[in-house]
Design a protein around this ligand. Structure first.
Ligand SMILES: [Zn+2]
Length: 332
């Protein structure tokens, strides 16, 4: 219920649409507490006598309805492309694993997954399948072999980069798709020539993750000549502030590793292009923990805004605390 309707798999969307006119609270009552059972739930089935265990956890319901697939704006996917999508999905080893985990359940800890599967785990509850194609909400998960082709399709007519990203968000997904779009545009001579000079990239609002501590923003700051590392969780906006003994790349990476060991590691971290965050030590740490690292664009450093605002808040509160301390000292 915490997800936007358009982000849910098709089967949940149908249910959500049906119940959207109601205000309700969901309460679970075990069967033993329900005195009057509904007609069918307790009706003995004379044809089946063996004991059936009801302790089954339903992770995903697979649909094979053609209209589910057709109802989705598949980037104007023609019939041929839909068939290719089905075929390539079955031949993509990573997507077959995604499909398998969606059937059997995902490991409780992300570290148990091989690196190439980690990006899919955070939105495992949005995964659905229809006609052999895997969906993230309403986005088609494109198999590796078709990604270049789909990128070209997104790029047809050389739209501005934001338009490409938007189109992708509405129809297709694969890990690092935005990075692939950026690279494509950067390498395209025509796009570069027509890009207005000095144009700033618009601030792209960050998608708020649905779970705690999956996407973290981080930065360094100085307060009263002491250096600190700050991490902010994009879901809860909860800040973690750590006093640094030194600001060398390795000690910053060590401090971060310490915090991740304590609180768990996120799947994505955002930072600016500070030397500590582009250092080899930091990159190595991200690799080891299977973390995607996104940096704010040098032309638009404000895209790490959540963390920067939090730094201001922390500094302000610190100042207030000290004023209060002084005031209290004056009182006594
Ligand atoms: Zn172009």
């Amino acid at each position: 219920m915490r997800q936007a309707t358009h982000e849910c798999p098709a089967r949940q969307q149908r249910l959500l649409v049906k119940i959207q006119g109601y205000n309700f609270t969901i309460e679970h009552h075990p069967g033993t507490e329900i005195i009057i059972s509904d007609t069918l739930s307790r009706l003995p089935n004379p044809l089946r006598t063996e004991n059936v265990s009801l302790d089954v956890h339903v992770e995903c319901v697979l649909l094979d309805e053609v209209e589910d697939m057709l109802g989705i704006d598949l980037l104007h996917f023609g019939n041929l492309k839909q068939q290719a999508l089905q075929k390539e999905t079955t031949q993509d080893p990573v997507l077959q694993k995604v499909k398998e985990f969606t059937h059997t359940g995902w490991p409780a800890i992300i570290q148990e997954l091989p690196n190439e599967l980690r990006p899919y785990r955070p939105f495992r509850d949005k995964l659905g399948m229809s006609n052999g194609v895997i969906f993230k909400g309403r986005q088609v998960i494109v198999p590796q072999s078709m990604r270049t082709d789909i990128l070209q399709q997104l790029h047809s007519g050389h739209p501005i980069i934001e338009k490409m990203r938007l189109l992708a968000r509405q129809s297709v997904y694969w890990p690092n798709i935005n990075r692939n779009i950026d690279e494509l545009v950067r390498k395209c001579k025509q796009c570069q020539e027509h890009m207005p000079h000095q144009r700033r990239e618009p601030l792209i609002p960050h998608e708020i993750p649905i779970t705690l501590w999956t996407k973290i923003g981080m930065d360094l700051f100085e307060l009263d000549r002491v250096q600190y590392l700050i991490m902010v969780d994009y879901h809860s906006k909860f800040p973690v502030v750590h006093r640094l003994a030194s600001t060398t790349s390795s000690s910053v990476a060590n401090a971060i590793t310490g915090i991740f060991s304590l609180l768990g590691s996120p799947t994505e971290v955002m930072s600016n292009n500070g030397p500590q965050f582009v250092s080899a030590a930091f990159q190595q740490m991200c690799k080891e923990w299977g973390i995607t690292h996104t940096t704010s664009s040098p032309r638009y450093p404000q895209s790490n805004g959540l963390v920067e605002r939090m730094v201001q808040t922390v500094k302000r509160n610190h100042k207030k605390d000290r004023q209060q301390e002084k005031a209290q000292q004056l009182l006594y």
